[in-house]
Design a protein around this ligand. Structure first.
Ligand SMILES: NC(=O)c1ccc[n+]([C@@H]2O[C@H](COP(=O)([O-])OP(=O)(O)OC[C@H]3O[C@@H](n4cnc5c(N)ncnc54)[C@H](OP(=O)(O)O)[C@@H]3O)[C@@H](O)[C@H]2O)c1
Length: 254
């Protein structure tokens, strides 16, 4: 690790959805780069296991149970992080959901609301709370884990894609507003990443045959590959990048 550009020594990094998958890989990557962590998700025992891994690396970790659809949980998460560390240098918005697949015309309003409230409103509320702190600090980095589906539509995933397109605009709008305060805001748009979230996709041989035809690198991403992109965006190596949606998709044509 080149500590000059990617190093996170002395930084405090808050990661949501950090109990598994991409969020866990992100939390471990930042700990490896020298940061102290605050990590969140709904289920505390899984979160504590990740916290133990981080402490074993010699870094501090605070675990907070927080539901992305409950603003009071997100406020408590930020308050607890500030109580423990007194600052937040990096926010990784990552916790999201997709409870149903199907055509938009067949989607119940309640399902649409559920996806918007978890994915888009959850990122908005936490970005607002942490963005204010970063504006006062006159420094900070927000990285939103979006999706390639937020850039171009994926069949059967309409509401999810709409929520991710909203996250892309949240990223650009906040980059515009917070740039003058030395706060950068970027997003990462992965295609398929090997996690529980997308297991139904990457275990479907027929679908993957088609996917690999479209993907020059002929593999799906690992959570660690997405984590390294997050580390890059939050580091001084990306000091002149803000308002970007970085597509990490193995070169897939879509
Ligand atoms: N995997 C892919 O192929 C892929 C592709 C593109 C984009 N993404 C995006 O990457 C991000 C992470 O996905 P992943 O693949 O790592 O998923 P994952 O393995 O299913 O992990 C999701 C994480 O979010 C937490 N979470 C889920 N719902 C939550 C809620 N309502 N409130 C708080 N925390 C919640 C989960 O913990 P608890 O269950 O304990 O809450 C878990 O820590 C998401 O934003 C997803 O949209 C994934």
């Amino acid at each position: 690790m080149d500590s000059t550009f990617l190093g996170q020594e002395g930084k405090v990094v808050l990661v949501t959805g950090a109990s598994r998958g991409i969020g866990k890989a992100v939390a471990l990557a930042f700990a490896d780069a020298g940061a102290d962590l605050a990590i969140a998700s709904r289920k505390l025992p899984e979160l504590q296991a990740v916290g133990d891994e981080i402490r074993a690396m010699g870094r501090k970790c605070l675990e907070v149970s927080a539901h992305a659809r409950k603003s009071e949980d997100l406020r408590n998460l930020v308050d607890k992080t500030m109580e423990q560390y007194g600052k937040i240098d990096v926010l990784i918005n990552n916790a999201a959901t997709n409870p149903a697949m199907g055509a938009i015309v067949d989607t119940e309003e309640s399902v649409f609301d559920h996806i918007m409230e978890t994915n888009l409103k959850g990122y908005f509320v936490l970005s607002k709370l942490v963005g204010k702190i970063m504006r006062d600090q006159k420094s900070g980095n927000i990285v939103n884990i979006s999706s390639a589906g937020g850039v171009s539509p994926a069949a059967g995933l309409g509401p999810y894609c709409i929520s991710k397109a909203g996250i892309n605009m949240l990223t650009k709008a906040m980059a515009l507003e917070l740039g003058p305060y030395n706060v950068r805001v970027n997003a990462i748009a992965p295609r398929i990443v090997k996690t529980d979230f997308s297991k139904a996709l990457w275990t479907n041989e027929k679908l993957m045959e088609k996917e690999y035809k479209l993907t020059p690198l002929k593999v799906v991403a690992t959570p660690e590959e997405i984590a390294q992109t997050a580390l890059y965006l939050a580091s001084t190596a990306a000091s002149y990048m803000t308002g970007h949606v970085v597509v990490v998709n193995g070169g897939a044509f879509f």
